[in-house]
Structures are given as structure tokens and as C-alpha cells.
Design a protein around this ligand. Structure first.
Ligand SMILES: Cc1c2[nH]c(c1CCC(=O)O)Cc1[nH]c(c(CCC(=O)O)c1C)Cc1[nH]c(c(CCC(=O)O)c1C)Cc1[nH]c(c(C)c1CCC(=O)O)C2
Length: 358
């Protein structure tokens, strides 16, 4: 290893630097496997429903005190090893003037989808001044969290492009693929502009004190590897490179990405998130021993009896323990579902800590 005493980015000196989560991201020994859950903040928690009452989703993301409270709720309740910033992947789009709303039970809906070259003009770069509430909320959180790391995040270019082109959630991403295959130059410019916006959104969070970032490419699993390599990877790589200088761990995740894991790692991730369809030892052989892995219990297992949850969680830990890499962060293979019993999640955290104690 090179010297570690030379000038280091601020994040390296944060109070969370020696947390189990950040140590695992760096492949360093940990006292126990760290655990957090994608979508841990939100609708599975009664205390979330209480504080969100009457406040539209995207409005709630612009209120720093509320964001702080919602982000902290799962940390207090479940004793997870990391907090994830409460926001949404469409927040930076809204901040540059895109008319987007989040409809309950549906997801992001775009009033005027982006489909032509003229539409691209609406995707201007994001400035820190467009999201002062993000800087403020991250600052409040980092003060309050102390040695617990805060994960910042953003949507990756492909997943954002899909919402923008389709106008909302999509099963088959027809219009998205029509542009990708039919108008490759327009597509390339679109995902490049999204890479610029996403990079700026991540930088705002890191500069305000986030000690890791996750790039969600939730729907990129709909692509074959060659199409990913040609049409998506350059934009995602640009995002990862833009934040490399900070030295904070960069996590990359998408659903159904078993065949893309190697490429997603190569795009520039330090940690690759794995859904439940690929065992972690197999995933590791695809991404290589230099990357840490995050995952990957099937979220639906949480609806089963505690004994089964524990057996399945132990299988995840076992697959991870046989890796040539030491870095494992326990998570679900996708987000917490609104109907999940929060007590089952708290029990799972305690179980993972106990079963992995070294
Ligand atoms: C694809 C995606 C979106 N948003 C996000 C992704 C990537 C993660 C993934 O793959 O699940 C990211 C996201 N959205 C939210 C978070 C908060 C932090 C956390 O993980 O706890 C995060 C990390 C809050 C939210 N984002 C949203 C909610 C629910 C809104 C509400 O409470 O009314 C929350 C808590 C809304 C949202 N926003 C989006 C969807 C599909 C939905 C759900 C719509 C629904 O079923 O009602 C887009």
C-alpha cells in the first residue's frame, strides 16, 4: 500500500472512516459484516408515514429537517451500519426544471417526455445552487450521524433516460430502446447530459459530507452485455470518473444484472451490488477479486418465517465468506417493500451482526 499520511480528501478523515461499512468497502477486516437496506427509509415504517402525512414526496425531499428525520429513522430502529440519504433519483431533474412528479404506487411521471433533439436543451447541467436543500440536509445528517456513514446516491444515465423518454415507469423500455437503436447519436448525447447532471448531484452530496455513493441503474438489466458496453457504459464510466478524486467508495447496483456485473464493475465501481439471482461467490468470479460486493438476500424472503430468513441470510454470508475478496456488505437484492414487517428487518440486522461476528 502507498503511504496514507499524505494529503487526503476530506471524506477520508471523516468520523465514519473506521466504520465497518467503509472498512468493508475498502476490503479491510471488520468486526462483523456491515448491513444496510436499499429503501430502508420510507413506507415500511409507521414513523415515516406519520411525518410525511400531507406532504408530497418530492416536497419532502426539499425540507432538510424532514429529510434528516426520515434518513435517521431506520438507523435508530434497525441499528443498520449505514444511513442512505432520503431523496429520489428524479430530484436533480426536478431541480433543473423538468416537470416531474412522483405518483403514489406508480413512481416518477414526466409531464413532457424527452424524445427529440430539441428536447435535450431542457437537460442543462445541475449547479450546487439548484439543490441548496441537499447540501443543508447532508450537513445536518453528518453532524448527527457521527461515526455512522451516510451514503449519497443518484440514478444512473440509463435508468434516468428510461423515465425521461417513456414519461414514467416502463416494463419493456420500448421508446428508450427505439432511441438507443434508432438514433444512436441522439441517445449518446442524452446519456452524456445525464452523466453530467448525475455527477454534479453526487459531488454536492460528497462535498457536504457523504462518505460513500451509490449509483442506481435499477432498470439496466433489460439490456444485453454488448448493448450495455456500447450504449450505456461510457456514460456510467464518466459518472464514476468524475467523483474518483474524492476517494469515497463508489457502489453500483441494478436489478437483473447478472450478465452485466463484470462490465458494471469495470465502469468504475469499487463495490458492485448484486440482486438475489446470482450467488455472491459466482458474482465475485464475474467482477473480480478487487471489487467488494453488496447484497443479496431476496427481499421476498422477509415475508417467510424467521427461521427461513435466518437460513437464507446464513447462505448469503456463507457465499460471501468463500470469496477471494474480504469485502462484503450485507443488503437485500433490491429495496425494502412497503408491506414488510419492520421488526423482521430489525431482527435480520441483529442476526447478520451476530452470525458474522469475528
Ligand atoms: C428506480 C428508483 C426510484 N427512486 C430510487 C430508485 C432506485 C432504487 C430502486 O431501484 O428501487 C431511489 C430512491 N428513492 C427513495 C430512496 C430513499 C432512500 C432509501 O433507500 O431509503 C432511494 C435510494 C425514496 C422514495 N422514492 C419513492 C418513495 C415512495 C414515495 C412515498 O412515500 O409516497 C420513497 C420513499 C418514490 C419512487 N421513486 C421511484 C420509484 C420506482 C418510486 C416508488 C413508487 C411507488 O411505488 O409508490 C424511482
Amino acid at each position: 500500500m502507498s503511504e496514507t499520511t499524505a494529503a487526503q480528501p476530506a471524506a477520508h478523515r471523516s468520523a465514519a472512516y473506521d466504520s465497518a461499512f467503509l472498512r468493508a468497502c475498502r476490503h479491510e477486516p471488520v468486526p462483523h459484516t456491515p448491513v444496510w437496506f436499499m429503501r430502508q427509509a420510507g413506507r415500511s415504517l409507521p414513523e415515516y408515514h406519520k411525518v410525511r402525512e400531507g406532504i408530497p414526496m418530492l416536497d419532502s425531499c426539499m425540507r432538510p429537517e424532514l429529510v434528516k428525520e426520515i434518513t435517521l429513522q431506520p438507523v435508530r430502529r434497525h441499528k443498520v451500519d449505514a444511513a442512505i440519504f432520503f431523496s429520489d433519483i428524479v430530484v436533480p431533474l426536478k431541480a433543473i426544471g423538468i416537470d416531474v412528479d412522483i405518483k403514489a404506487g406508480i413512481g416518477p411521471v414526466i409531464a413532457d417526455p424527452i424524445r427529440t433533439r430539441a428536447d435535450l436543451q431542457r437537460l442543462r447541467p445541475l449547479e450546487p445552487d439548484d439543490v441548496p436543500y441537499v447540501t443543508e440536509a447532508v450537513g445536518l445528517l453528518v453532524d448527527e450521524l457521527g461515526s455512522t456513514p451516510l451514503i449519497g446516491f443518484a440514478g444512473a444515465p440509463f435508468t434516468l433516460a428510461s423515465y425521461l423518454i417513456e414519461g414514467g415507469p416502463s416494463k419493456n423500455h420500448e421508446r428508450t430502446k427505439a432511441m438507443m437503436y434508432g438514433e444512436p447519436e441522439l441517445w449518446a448525447e442524452l446519456v452524456d447530459r445525464l452523466a453530467v447532471i448525475t455527477s454534479a448531484f453526487l459531488k454536492v452530496q460528497i462535498e457536504a459530507g457523504a462518505s460513500a455513493v451509490q449509483l442506481f441503474d435499477s432498470w439496466v438489466g433489460s439490456l444485453a452485455p454488448d448493448d450495455y458496453r456500447r450504449s450505456v457504459m461510457p456514460a456510467s464510466t464518466k459518472v464514476f470518473e468524475s467523483v474518483a478524486e474524492y476517494g469515497v467508495p463508489r457502489i453500483h447496483f441494478g436489478v437483473g444484472t447478472g450478465e452485466l456485473l463484470g462490465l458494471m464493475g469495470k465502469a468504475g465501481a469499487d463495490v458492485v451490488g448484486v440482486d438475489w439471482r446470482v450467488p455472491l461467490d459466482v458474482a465475485s468470479s464475474r467482477v473480480g477479486a478487487d471489487k467488494a460486493l453488496q447484497g443479496n438476500l431476496d427481499p421476498a424472503v422477509l415475508f417467510g418465517p424467521t427461521k427461513v430468513v435466518e437460513t437464507k441470510a446464513r447462505e448469503v454470508l456463507h457465499a460471501a465468506s468463500s470469496l477471494s475478496t474480504s469485502g462484503h456488505i450485507f443488503n437485500l437484492g433490491h429495496g425494502v417493500l412497503p408491506s414488510m414487517d419492520p421488526d423482521a428487518l430489525s431482527r435480520l440486522v441483529a442476526f447478520v451482526h451476530e452470525a458474522s461476528a469475528r
